[in-house]
Design a protein. Structure first.
Length: 110
């Protein structure tokens, strides 16, 4: 894996998000717990809502436009909704958030 430093974990509030612009579009990076982060596509497949503006609860995010709920681990919509969003490997190294650049590149090629 080729890890890219995308910022300090303390720059994202608990249950908050930040956007990283990439060649595959915007990726939303969520902080759900003191040392827990997830990276997913920022675009809801239903009505293209900005997931980074959604409500974070547990390890899920709710789209701000039509309340679709996505599991941040798998990208799958929960409940009666169908659909999914791309997820990206991300880790915390000390206080730095690291995004897997190879996974972002592979998503572009697909």
């Amino acid at each position: 894996m080729s890890w890219i430093d995308i910022g300090d974990i303390n720059d994202i509030p608990l249950r908050g998000a930040r956007i990283v612009k990439t060649q595959v579009g915007c990726i939303a990076v969520f902080r759900t717990a003191p040392d827990e982060v997830f990276a997913v596509s920022d675009t809801c497949p239903h009505k293209q809502g900005p997931l980074s503006e959604g409500i974070v609860h547990g390890q899920s995010v709710t789209c701000p436009l039509h309340n679709w709920v996505f599991d941040l681990n798998t990208g799958q919509a929960q409940g009666a909704d169908e659909g999914s969003i791309p997820t990206y490997p991300v880790r915390v190294d000390g206080t730095r958030i690291m995004l897997d650049g190879e996974a972002v590149s592979r998503r572009t090629a697909a």
